[in-house]
Design a protein around this ligand. Structure first.
Ligand SMILES: [Zn+2]
Length: 477
């Protein structure tokens, strides 16, 4: 057995049921799990004479559960800054993201995932829900395992082509993105889950992920949830991700997207819906009734004009008891994989928009990025809080960084001042993956060099710098 002592941290945010915050506390890790959490003097007395394989000095640090990223595209990492910042959701997806994803070959995807993991580890994320690989899911699974991360991935799938294929979609890209029908897609997804779910001693899980919205049939939306249920995993996709999507849905079906999901039998507790910005009051009740989870991506809303504060009802979802987690989305969508940005936005946006300072308190934002994230990922029995028996996924912030000085209140300082670059150590599944900001699982210089090299190739293949790519779309109208 390996036993690690994290000794005498200044603050420990447990994010347990009572949101207990301990001062001058210690944590003992035995192998992959948390064995003890208590005041430092109590731990010292209890473990007097015990051997520790490792003692981490916790003085001038804040310890908390690792941040949980509830919606990300690891295969998007090489596209940062490539798409113009004048795009709304539908042209962003159909004109830019799709050609880019199709250009991500296996080698590029491997380094893209490692680069994303590097950014996540360096900013305090220990677990992610990835929308899925562009190639064999094994590439993402193995790269994330190598990085030492915990996470969930799958295989991106869709089954409804637009009536007219746009000129900037290549035949390879169409073949790459679309299955013939829902049955063919579900068969591929089942194979993928059976092959990869539970990899790396259970650290990496594989779900029945689909793209969602217009490119997926009702059969695929419903079938993904049913298949996930049968396989004992979850499913995730994009829905109600813009007002345009909701209006189209109303025109075609007479229903907004979430109510339509309910009508086709697609809602359920093993489903995480990404964005859900366009929603009506009665649809919130449907999510609460069905136990369906939401991944809110505030950074994406700011960059691609989704209208989280104008039309979004995230505070109402929280009030209705819907599990709302936070996501950075991909780096083209939001800019960065730093979850501390999302914490800040989640706590701040609605205070301003509603002119009500009681909206989403800092503590609630922290829960959304930890235990509620774990709940969304169907993993809260093992992660999301610092409690005895849970897996040791822990991060320590460096309170000697200027943004943490003074620290009159650790919760407010974390949410309104801290950035991911003040994370000092990161532990995932009981293993130290970053020590004093040096990532121990990856060769950082090599990841950065390879990512730069492959970005050139992928950007060239995508054609996004060559042609006149329109900034509007009528696809699927
Ligand atoms: Zn997404």
């Amino acid at each position: 057995m390996t036993r690690i002592l994290i000794d005498n941290v200044d603050y420990l945010l447990t994010v347990d049921q009572h949101d207990n915050i301990l001062e001058h506390a210690s944590v003992v890790i035995e192998d992959t799990r948390i064995a003890a959490v208590d005041r430092a003097d109590a731990i010292a007395a209890r473990y007097q004479g015990s051997h520790f394989d490792r003692v981490i000095d916790g003085r001038r640090t804040l310890l908390m559960p690792g941040l949980i990223e509830a919606h990300v595209h690891l295969s998007e990492q090489l596209s940062r800054g490539l798409f113009p910042d004048s795009l709304t959701t539908r042209p962003w997806v159909f004109n830019w993201a799709k050609p880019f994803y199709a250009a991500v070959d296996e080698e590029a995807e491997h380094w893209s995932v490692l680069l994303a993991c590097l950014e996540m580890i360096k900013t305090g994320t220990t677990c992610f829900l990835d929308m899925g690989s562009q190639n064999d899911a094994g590439i993402t699974v193995q790269a994330a395992a190598q990085a030492g991360m915990r996470g969930i991935t799958g295989r991106h799938a869709a089954d409804v082509k637009p009536e007219v294929i746009p000129p900037y979609w290549t035949p390879e890209m169409v073949a790459h993105h679309f299955f013939r029908d829902a049955d063919e897609a579900l068969a591929a997804l089942e194979t993928c889950v059976k092959r990869w779910n539970g990899y790396a001693d259970g650290r990496i899980r594989c779900w029945v992920n689909i793209e969602g919205k217009e490119p997926c049939s009702p059969e695929l939306h419903r079938g993904a949830r049913e298949l996930a249920e049968r396989l004992g995993v979850g499913t995730t996709y994009h829905i109600a991700s813009s007002i345009e999507e909701a209006r189209l849905s109303e025109q075609k079906y007479g229903l907004w997207p979430v109510e339509r999901l309910e009508r086709i039998g697609a809602l359920g507790p093993n489903l995480v819906l990404a964005h859900v910005v366009a929603i009506k009051e009665h649809e919130i009740a449907l999510l609460a009734q069905r136990g369906t989870k939401v991944a809110f991506c505030p950074g994406t809303s700011l960059k691609i004009a989704k209208g989280a504060t104008r039309i979004g009802k995230y505070p109402e979802m929280l009030a209705a008891g819907v599990t709302v987690a936070l996501g950075c989305d991909g780096v083209s969508a939001s800019g960065a994989l730093d979850m501390t940005r999302q914490l800040y936005l989640a706590a701040g946006l609605f205070k301003d928009a509603r002119m009500d300072a009681a909206m989403i308190p800092a503590r609630q934002a922290i829960r959304m990025a930890t235990i509620e994230g774990a709940r969304a990922l169907l993993w809260d029995d093992e992660i999301g809080s610092v409690e005895v028996g849970k897996r040791a996924d822990l991060i320590l912030f460096d309170l000697n960084q200027v943004e943490w000085v003074p620290c009159n209140d650790p919760v407010q300082t974390l949410v309104y001042a801290a950035t991911g670059s003040s994370v000092k150590h990161s532990i995932i599944n009981g293993t130290l993956v970053m020590e004093n900001r040096r990532v121990l699982t990856l060769n950082e210089a090599e990841v950065i060099e390879q990512a730069r090299r492959l970005t050139e190739r992928v950007v060239a293949r995508s054609g996004l710098k060559r042609g006149q790519i329109p900034i509007t779309t009528s696809l699927y109208d």
